[in-house]
Design a protein around this ligand. Sequence first.
Ligand SMILES: [Zn+2]
Length: 191
Amino acid sequence: MNKINITILALNEVPLEGEKFTYTRASGELNEALSDLIKDADYTVTLEVFPFDADAGYQLRGEVHTEMPLSCSRCAIDFSYKVNCKINEVAFVGQEFEVKGDQSVKTPHFSQHHKTDDPETLFLDRPELNIGEYIHEVIALNEPMAPLGRPDCNEDCPNLQEAYKKGWIQKPEPEDKKGPFDVLKKMSLNH
Ligand SMILES: [Zn+2]
């Protein structure tokens, strides 16, 4: 009998020793949830869940390995962007969670600075984790704002030259008299 991994996890039913899940293209459970981001790329997702604070806090750890098809933000060439990221997050079930005055809740910290090993925080309104949506979010957050097909994509990039030639991309006008920097200069003079 094939074991089908669940994708909607009832967090409050996770045993104290934790639970571990592995999802792949072949096991299939997340294929649909991830298809808009990674199309039919292979993926391996591991997720471990540990309850740590009665039933209000859960630690999520794991890894995501996949790739997503992107276009170079400079020369528009299609390429495959590798995603290899770790999951390190604490999930709290929203309404029930209050920071206690005596600071007995020692949560591993939540600031926005992403120090390597600091977990991030996730608030849920129910003790339920939709793993498909969650992993989708993890991958989406790893998508670069301005992806580059090659780390050194620059004016010499053959794709870029070709894209100019074919008129797919407009060659940027050289900055002249009224560049945006004039505005900046004026603004800083006022200070
Ligand atoms: Zn490029």
